[in-house]
Design a protein around this ligand. Sequence first.
Ligand SMILES: [Zn+2]
Length: 279
Amino acid sequence: MKKDQLFTRRRALLAGAAAVGAVGTAGVFLWGEDAKPVRAAAPAAGAPAHSLPLKPSAYRLQPLTGYGPPRTVPGRTPVRHEPLLKLTGRGRTMVLTFDDGPDPRYTPGILDTLAHYDVRAMFFVCGEMAADHQDLLGRMADEGHVVGNHTWTHPLLTGLTRRQIHSEMSRTSDVIEEGCGEPPRWFRAPYGAWNRAAFQLGAELGMEPLGWTVDTLDWTAPGTGTIVDRVEKGAAPGVVLLSHDAGGDRSQSVRALRSYLPQLLDSGYHITVPHRRYT
Ligand SMILES: [Zn+2]
């Protein structure tokens, strides 16, 4: 009960900060298979908890009449001001994310390691890669991984028009739906370069924005040992880890996972994927 109250207080504080346009607070969200969607029983400061990320423009997406079932209505995704960056929840939990794929040279090796340890991860795929490797998308979905949208061509979204951003996102969502059987629920902007249109369009397409907490910088090919070290140093409860399974030679990333994943598990970390709260 205490914990709930604290959480409610924190949400209220964050809601207050959002209301005055403060930015810079790391986005957090609740994770966990066993964690029920957080419904603060009585939000302390008036605003319901779910109003935190909403901007006025988001209200037009909501039905104006009728109440229906409270939440569980699909497609109701808030428009955020910033991406979610880490998890909140109980225990030593982390999320592994792999971007830019799928690439048949590296993605299968990553999937093999995850399967070996019976661990689920997230793959933020690019449409132009995914379109050529639908089999890998199917395997990701079959093995319980979460497939997210990372745009079609991996552009810097901040240099695109709204129409171009929409095209990058929606085409990729279509390919993911074809390969996985359902549209993506998560979006990640290339280079972590977000803008207002990306948040709005992502929400319209039913996706939550996910950033990361720790970047392994594996794309610089610093050596397998260095990647492993970065993961070990960065490991902490709630961390969302960024790695890559495509975009260059990712053999170090594949090898590093074989080393750090068992180490994380031995250290008591629960590697999981986030669950959406709003849909
Ligand atoms: Zn990327």
